[in-house]
Ligand binder design. Structure first.
Ligand code: ZN
Length: 292
């Protein structure tokens, strides 16, 4: 759907981050955040915490004058929530072990710091929750308890989606939007140039235009990735689009994932230059469908 852009902007670029793995290791050393003002942020990344990139991202976005959505995961625990018969499957160790505890002090601190600083905190529905209304409801309520207010939307882990059931569940528990529709392999406007309204009401779907990992393949370099993203920005402008991009926090680690942080910065700068509104999905939603 076109024509639902904020006034006076050529197109919209929604920035999102799925918080899958803030820790590279299974241990989660406690780290007290002393600095709560994003304008005074210093990089707090150390070699022991290469995937802890919250401050880096906040500082970068602050410098560019934009905000984004951070979606937090509340994954089931392998040994606590899963049947012992599931413990031996290696796939389940990847999915259900080594995730983070959303109620731990340092994650709670980060969530509140983001919220205070004007970022959106949303739900990254756990692996099986796309098909489990009760689980999704539990995760939403846990996050809202941490935040002290309601959340507006989010994205399902692994882009898991059962259409239209997952959207029905999300809507039923009070979410206003979903950002799970898309691909981890292809970039582009596969689902049209605007947002979708699967129920012809105020529940909105933001199709995913670009997941960072899909911009480059092994033979590729940053220049090609940039060209591809720049082309999409022009397409977005020509079609008054709502373009949504996903950059996982760990990809901002430039040692392990070179190029992705620069690419993110370039996309935002170019979008602003092309006259885009840039921000979190929630903000876009609220400008078009005022949240009561
Ligand atoms: Zn995820």
């Amino acid at each position: 759907m076109n024509g639902d852009l904020p006034k006076d902007f050529e197109f919209a670029l929604c920035l999102t981050h799925d918080v899958d793995r803030p820790y590279k290791t299974f241990q989660a050393p406690y780290y007290a955040l002393k600095e709560r003002d994003p304008s005074h942020l210093k990089p707090l990344v150390t070699s022991e915490r290469p995937y802890w990139q919250f401050e880096e991202i906040m500082a970068l976005e602050d410098e560019l004058g934009v905000r984004s959505s951070f979606y937090f995961l509340n994954e089931k625990r392998l040994l606590r929530d899963k049947d012992p018969r599931d413990w031996i499957d290696p796939k389940n160790w990847k999915l259900f072990a080594g995730r983070y505890d959303i109620t731990s002090d340092e994650i709670v601190d980060v969530i509140r710091m983001l919220d205070d600083g004007g970022w959106e905190v949303g739900l990254h529905g756990s692996y099986e929750s796309y098909d489990d209304l009760e689980r999704l409801k539990f995760e939403k309520e846990t996050l809202e308890e941490i935040l002290g207010h309601q959340i507006v939307g989010g994205r399902q882990h692994y882009l898991n989606l059962k259409k239209p059931e997952s959207w029905k569940y999300q809507k039923k528990i009070g979410l206003k939007y979903d950002a799970s529709l898309g691909s981890s392999e292809k970039i582009g406007f596969e689902y049209g140039y605007g947002t979708l309204r699967p129920f012809n009401d105020d529940f909105v779907v933001f199709p995913l235009t670009v997941m960072e990992i899909a911009t480059m393949d092994s033979s590729d370099d940053l220049k090609h990735a940039w060209n591809r993203c720049q082309d999409l920005l022009y397409v977005a402008k020509d079609n008054n689009s709502v373009m949504t991009i996903l950059w996982h926090p760990r990809m901002f680690n430039q040692d392990e994932f070179p190029g992705y942080k620069d690419l993110y910065r370039r996309i935002i700068k170019e979008a602003l230059q092309l006259g885009a509104w840039v921000g979190p999905c929630e903000k876009w939603y609220d400008m078009n469908e005022p949240i009561s």
